[in-house]
Each structure stands twice: as structure tokens, then as C-alpha cells.
Design a protein around this ligand. Structure first.
Ligand SMILES: *[C@@H]1O[C@H](CO)[C@@H](O)[C@H](O)[C@H]1NC(C)=O
Ligand SMILES: *[C@@H]1O[C@H](CO)[C@@H](O)[C@H](O)[C@H]1NC(C)=O
Ligand SMILES: [Zn+2]
Length: 479
């Protein structure tokens, strides 16, 4: 059922117990409990929790007003009109930021099943409060691509930003990149070294792109696999008679990722601009990144916690039932990642809660230049907050998740820790396993250029150029 509130906000209530499908304005949905939800309160006090930031943790109260964190300190006193949430014994942390999603993305003629609305609802139920999606140009046009994505994101129920993919090169694209950075709040561009015949670009375009990124203070991102070799590998595997999904992995062995990662790193080093390698999947690629980092090059790998959420349901996946090359690429993850990272990394003792905050939100906010507005529980930051109970537990299942997909790659996984409350833009949207999201309430977050990786890059350039001066003096012999 759909209920219009006096505020003209559309609130959807979707108890987990009631449905295994995602609730949106077109589906049947849990009944609204009547009266104005407490989630509409604009003043919230989170009492007695351990507030965790990437630099420090302390027991403190957090006071939120009109979507912004106003104060973080012990024993805050408030009046009766404030919603009070007890967080005693629990952790109060910044909501997750997922740097890598593909909502409503067209792939082989179909669209990924989670759009901005269902994908974001899933995110919020899992404690992620912001994501950055990839705008795909339309026939190479960045502005047409952006227009299409602005339309796709219209019903957003949490904050989001955009990266921009570059698929061709000419003067128009170059000018549009400048407009994206200076007027549209986009500070990163992605280049595909894979997907021959579709998104793949050659080294000449990559070099042009890296130079342009550098001149704009934008981050260059690469999908690093050798697309020509993957194409060759696919032919070989099909010729061997392997048509099932295992052919996908067999046709693109790690050395092809290692080669493309090494090439992208060296070309970015040659141009002297920062590089972000998305979804690092193999030791070969990781070794290249680690080596570059050790040598002081500004290279970032995305191994840990970007989800690449790009889900397709079983009907869509079945398009490739006789040929793995026709399986739309991608799986879910945005709802699961905060729990999985906690369980596999913190619960197992490998990293601390402080590190957890760093890898799930703060570092991403810094890389995309929106810290401390995002990725921190500080006075003045956006009120994107989770209350996490480390003593509770979670279980993943397609029957209770919020994605529109009928399958979940993490089906059946259980672990410790649970996101009990999610606050997005100062509104309680997830509490008691109950999701109350407001379509249209999500804001587009503009991301400025020149993140910290650009600091000092000019000096490095000057040093490099001066080192190139030819020491040998020559003079033309006169007759
Ligand atoms: C979780 O367990 C710890 C250790 O036993 C305890 O100090 C804390 O209060 C518990 N928190 C909750 C919310 O039960
Ligand atoms: C998958 O999504 C497509 C497109 O929305 C739909 O037609 C199909 O019925 C869905 N399949 C399942 C199993 O949910
Ligand atoms: Zn991706």
C-alpha cells in the first residue's frame, strides 16, 4: 500500500518478516503503522554508545538536528521533542560508503535488476548510506550519459555520487570532461582496458585520458584486464567445449589482470597522475599495486570493500545458459558488505573497529574528497550513522534481503555483529528489521577535484623534469 503523508513524503514500510520481495511503489507492501513515524523527527540523540571514527573512539552521545551532526560529547541533555536512541554497549559509526555500484546499468541489452531505489534500500538495510555509481556515456557522449543517470537516480532514498566512464576520445569528450569536473561535481573517470568491442579503450586513449585527468585534478580509474587477450581466451575455452559459467574464470586468468594493472600503473607513472585500480581480483594485480605503492607512486587498489554491486536475477543470468560469454556480469553485495567485512575482518581479530571505519567509509570519503562531510561522526558532518551491535548476529538469504534479485551469492552465510539502526540524512530509516525509506530524499553529492593524492604532485613533476636536462653541452663545429 502507498500512503501519502501530510508532508507529501512517500514512506514505505517493509517488515522483513513479511516479504521476500523488495517493496516499492509498484509492489504490495507492509501497512503503514499510522500516525507520523518517528523517523520524521528531525532531532535525534544517540545515547551512551562508543563512537568510532577512523582516528579515535570514545564513549559519547551524538546529537543530530536537521540532517547534520551538531554535537559529539558525553552526557548531552535534550528536550522532550528529541527522539532518543539508546546505544549503550553498541558502536556508533559512520554509515558505509560504497565506491563502486552499477544500478539500472544496461548490459547486453538488459538492465541490472536493482535500480537506484531498490539498490539504495538494500544498502540502507545493510548500513551503507552513500554509494558512487558509474555513469555510462550514450554513444560516447558524457552529457547525454549524465542526463540519463540523473533520471535513473530521481527516486533515490540515500545520498549518491557519480564516476564517469570514458569510451571514446575527441575534442567534445575532452571539453565535456572539463564540464563534468568544474560544473557537475564529478571528480573521477573510469577507463576499461577490458570488454573488447564494447567499453574497451586502447593505450593511446588511456594516455590522453590520464593527461586530461591530471590537468583537471580528477582521479583516473581503470578496469585492468587485457581485453584483447580475454577475447582470445574466450575463443579458446569455447573451442575446448566449455560453455558453462566456469568458462568465465578460465578464459581470463590472473596474468591478464596483472599485465593490464602493470601497464596502467606504468602509464599513470609516466604521466605522473594518481591511479585507482577498481576491483583488484588477483595476487598478480595486487603485487603490482603493492610494488608501486612501496616505490612511492600514488596508486590505490580497491580490494577490500567496494562491492561492484550489479545484480541480475536468475532469468537474466539464464541468457547465458549455453554460452558463458552471454551471462550478464555481476553480483550483489551492497546490503551484505558491512556485515561481511565486520565478521571476516574485525570479529576474526585481523583489524580493529577503527580500521573498520577507515576501510568502510573514511578512506573512500577522503579519496573522493568529501571528508569530513562524509565518513566521520564529527560536529558538522552529515548525519549518516549506524548503530552496530557486535554481540548480535546476522544471516544472509535471498528470502529476507532487499535486493530485487531472487538469488544471493552469499546465501546462508551467518556471522557476528548486526547493523541495528541506520540513520540516513538525519532520518531513522532502518530499525527493528524495518525499513522506512523515502523516495526522492537522497541527495546528489558533488565531489570536488584535487584529492589528497594530488598534494605535492607538481613538485614531483618539477623534480622529474629538471632531472631530464641533458648534461652534455654540444656545439656545432664551425667551418
Ligand atoms: C556486548 O558484550 C560486551 C562484552 O560482554 C558488553 O560489554 C556489552 O555491553 C555488550 N553489548 C550489548 C549491546 O549487549
Ligand atoms: C527477472 O527480472 C525480469 C525483468 O524484470 C523479469 O521479467 C523476470 O520475471 C525476473 N525473474 C525472476 C526469477 O524474478
Ligand atoms: Zn564495476
Amino acid at each position: 500500500m502507498i500512503h501519502f503523508l501530510p508532508l507529501l513524503l512517500l514512506i514505505i514500510s517493509c517488515p522483513l518478516s513479511q516479504s521476500n520481495q523488495f517493496c516499492d511503489s509498484g509492489y504490495g507492501c507492509g501497512a503503514y503503522e499510522g500516525g507520523l513515524s518517528r523517523s520524521s523527527s528531525s532531532k535525534i540523540l544517540i545515547k551512551g554508545g562508543t563512537v568510532v571514527n577512523a582516528h579515535h573512539q570514545e564513549v559519547a552521545d551524538v546529537y543530530v538536528e536537521d540532517g547534520i551532526i551538531v554535537a559529539v560529547k558525553p552526557n548531552i541533555k535534550v528536550s522532550d521533542d528529541v527522539t532518543v536512541l539508546d546505544a549503550t554497549g553498541k558502536l556508533v559509526m559512520p554509515g558505509g560508503i560504497d565506491p563502486h555500484t552499477h544500478f539500472a546499468m544496461e548490459c547486453l541489452g538488459i538492465e541490472s535488476i536493482d535500480d537506484f531505489y531498490s539498490g539504495q534500500a538494500a544498502a540502507l538495510a545493510g548500513g551503507t548510506t552513500m554509494h558512487i555509481d558509474f555513469v555510462i556515456p550514450v554513444d560516447g557522449s558524457l552529457s547525454a550519459g549524465l542526463e540519463a543517470y540523473v533520471e535513473k537516480a530521481k527516486n533515490s532514498c540515500m545520498d549518491y555520487g557519480f564516476h564517469m566512464v570514458i569510451t571514446k576520445w575527441d575534442d567534445v569528450v575532452e571539453r565535456e570532461m572539463e564540464i563534468m569536473v568544474k560544473e557537475k561535481g564529478i571528480n573521477s573517470f573510469k577507463f576499461f582496458l577490458a570488454y573488447k568491442g564494447a567499453l574497451m579503450i586502447n593505450d593511446e586513449l588511456l594516455l590522453e585520458g590520464l593527461k586530461k585527468c591530471k590537468s583537471l585534478g580528477a582521479m583516473a580509474m581503470v578496469h585492468a584486464e587485457n581485453g584483447d587477450a580475454v577475447f582470445e581466451g574466450q575463443k579458446k575455452i569455447i573451442e575446448l567445449g566449455i560453455t558453462g559459467p566456469e568458462g568465465h574464470a578460465l578464459s581470463r586468468p590472473p596474468l591478464l589482470e596483472g599485465e593490464a594493472t602493470a601497464r596502467a600503473i606504468r602509464l599513470a607513472g609516466f604521466v605522473n597522475t594518481p591511479l585507482y585500480v577498481v576491483h583488484v581480483m588477483s595476487i598478480d594485480a595486487m603485487d603490482e599495486i603493492a610494488r608501486a605503492q612501496t616505490s612511492g607512486q600514488r596508486v590505490v587498489g580497491e580490494p577490500l570493500v567496494g562491492t561492484d554491486h550489479c545484480s541480475f536475477n536468475s532469468t537474466q543470468k539464464a541468457l547465458g545458459i549455453d554460452d558463458f560469454r552471454k551471462i550478464p556480469n555481476g553480483v550483489n553485495g551492497i546490503e551484505e558488505r558491512m556485515h561481511l567485512v565486520w565478521d571476516t575482518m574485525v570479529e576474526s581479530g585481523q583489524i580493529s573497529a577503527i580500521d573498520y571505519v577507515r576501510v568502510t567509509s573514511t578512506e573512500c570519503a577522503k579519496l573522493f574528497n568529501i571528508y569530513p562531510r562524509k565518513g566521520a561522526i564529527l560536529a558538522g558532518s552529515d548525519a549518516d550513522i549506524i548503530i552496530f551491535n557486535p554481540n548480535s548476529s546476522f544471516e544472509i538469504s535471498a528470502s529476507s534481503h532487499h535486493s530485487r534479485s531472487d538469488t544471493n551469492v552469499y546465501e546462508g552465510i551467518r556471522g557476528k555483529g548486526k547493523v541495528e539502526v541506520t540513520i540516513s540524512g538525519g532520518r531513522v530509516v532502518w530499525e527493528n528489521d524495518d525499513l522506512k525509506v523515502v523516495p526522492g530524499s537522497g541527495k546528489y553529492v558533488e565531489m570536488p577535484p584535487y584529492n589528497y593524492l594530488f598534494d605535492g604532485i607538481d613538485k614531483a613533476e618539477t623534480t622529474y623534469l629538471s632531472s631530464l636536462r641533458a648534461p652534455v653541452k654540444r656545439s656545432r663545429a664551425t667551418s
